[in-house]
Ligand binder design. Structure first.
Ligand SMILES: *[C@@H]1O[C@H](CO)[C@@H](O)[C@H](O)[C@H]1NC(C)=O
Ligand SMILES: *[C@@H]1O[C@H](CO)[C@@H](O)[C@H](O)[C@H]1NC(C)=O
Ligand SMILES: *[C@@H]1O[C@H](CO)[C@@H](O)[C@H](O)[C@H]1NC(C)=O
Ligand SMILES: *[C@@H]1O[C@H](CO)[C@@H](O)[C@H](O)[C@H]1NC(C)=O
Ligand SMILES: *[C@@H]1O[C@H](CO)[C@@H](O)[C@H](O)[C@H]1NC(C)=O
Ligand SMILES: *[C@@H]1O[C@H](CO)[C@@H](O)[C@H](O)[C@H]1NC(C)=O
Ligand SMILES: *[C@@H]1O[C@H](CO)[C@@H](O)[C@H](O)[C@H]1NC(C)=O
Ligand SMILES: *[C@@H]1O[C@H](CO)[C@@H](O)[C@H](O)[C@H]1NC(C)=O
Length: 312
């Protein structure tokens, strides 16, 4: 009986001790954990986010304080050991981090700090720009095409298209640099319309670039009409010159000859001989001569007549 009483007493003492130690354990404040309530650290501008700061043990009430870049942001009190929730809006690039929280209880001296946490800002992709250092190409030439989205969080994945057909595997860029492909222009279909497409992990958005065409070098659209116009002008000059011969050049030649006949008789006879010779030749081949030469002939004859009159 006595033995049993001692056993019971010692058991009660033991359980009391156990209760005491557990109570002490509960009172010891643990380091809080800071976690994003949404489960992801990827955020977009103007997004509302909640951060949970939670100490597993400690004697409530618990005071939670949130810090951003070691500056106090806000404070809240929990009457129990439930997590403290901080609500934030990401309004600027500085709102993404670095966050920490502190837990304090009335009986703890100082406080306990959490892990630090940074958000990653996801920016929607902007329309990519497709360009090439060479806008003109020849068959058999290697050309490059570059595709770049100025804005949009990294990494960015680009795909190149000719018409509606993709002509490259996806190119993923980890830094802000253009994706570049090399093209070998082998047929006229390679001068077709090119585009590229860009996407990143933000917001389920995909964007297509401007369209880009290579033009065939040396066959610019405006060069052909220019050549035609030049040829036409040249033809006009030639025609004008041809028409001018009978009216200006031959009369002045005649005038010279007239002077000659005045000074010496030998001169006159020579001119007459030449003229008659011309007359005979033209008459002979007249039926097969083109119209123009026929016109020349008749004009010359008229001049000859005049010349004879002058000589007489
Ligand atoms: C974010 O919270 C602010 C108030 O803090 C509210 O005015 C706004 O509508 C919320 N935005 C979204 C997208 O929930
Ligand atoms: C944050 O929002 C939750 C509900 O979404 C609310 O329970 C909590 O009290 C808010 N926290 C603060 C500090 O306003
Ligand atoms: C415990 O702290 C709360 C604020 O966190 C305060 O209002 C309360 O008076 C404190 N209690 C004791 C016993 O110090
Ligand atoms: C958060 O960003 C800061 C610099 O802005 C860096 O020093 C720190 O290591 C980052 N923390 C985490 C958890 O990535
Ligand atoms: C064009 O580039 C490819 C590889 O990029 C090369 O094999 C080919 O010889 C190049 N052709 C010319 C004409 O430079
Ligand atoms: C990229 O962002 C800057 C600053 O927000 C803006 O000025 C610019 O217009 C944007 N560019 C494009 C292509 O959206
Ligand atoms: C993106 O869009 C696809 C289909 O349009 C949808 O199934 C998916 O849930 C969307 N993802 C996000 C993050 O909105
Ligand atoms: C490119 O060429 C196609 C026809 O080949 C034409 O429809 C399109 O307008 C051209 N685009 C540009 C930007 O010149």
């Amino acid at each position: 009986m006595f033995f049993l009483t001692i056993l019971l007493f010692s058991y009660l003492q033991m359980s009391q001790q156990i209760q005491k130690t557990t109570a002490n354990d509960k009172e010891v404040l643990s380091n809080p954990r800071l976690i994003p309530v949404q489960g992801t650290l990827n955020v977009v501008m103007n997004q509302n986010v909640s951060l949970s700061c939670h100490s597993d043990s400690g004697s409530p009430p618990v005071r939670y304080t949130l810090f951003k870049h070691n500056q106090k942001v806000s404070t809240l009190n929990r009457p129990d050991l439930a997590p403290g929730l901080f609500n934030l809006t990401i309004n600027s690039a500085s709102d993404v981090g670095e966050y920490k929280c502190k837990a304090e209880t009335n009986i703890s001296s100082g406080g306990k700090y959490s892990n630090s946490l940074n958000f990653t800002l996801k920016e929607p992709i902007s329309k990519p720009v497709l360009s090439s250092p060479t806008s003109q190409a020849k068959k058999g030439q290697n050309v490059t095409l570059s595709c770049l989205s100025e804005n949009g969080s990294l990494p960015i994945t680009y795909v190149f298209f000719k018409g509606r057909q993709s002509i490259s595997p996806p190119v993923t860029m980890q830094k802000r640099a253009a994706a570049v492909i090399f093209l070998f222009i082998s047929s006229s279909s390679d001068f077709g319309t090119y585009k590229c497409r860009a996407e990143n992990s933000c917001c389920n958005i995909t964007k297509y670039s401007n369209s880009f065409n290579f033009t065939l070098a040396g066959e610019r659209s405006h060069s052909r009409p220019l050549i035609i116009a030049l040829v036409l002008i040249l033809l006009l000059f030639i025609t004008g010159f041809a028409l001018a011969i009978p009216f200006f050049i031959i009369p002045s030649y005649k005038a010279k000859k007239f002077k000659c006949t005045r000074s010496s008789t030998g001169c006159t006879s020579t001119v007459n001989a030449e003229d008659s010779e011309n007359y005979v030749i033209y008459t002979e081949i007249e039926p097969v001569k083109p119209e123009e030469e026929y016109v020349n002939f008749s004009v010359i004859r008229r001049e000859d007549e005049k010349g004879e009159n002058l000589t007489l």
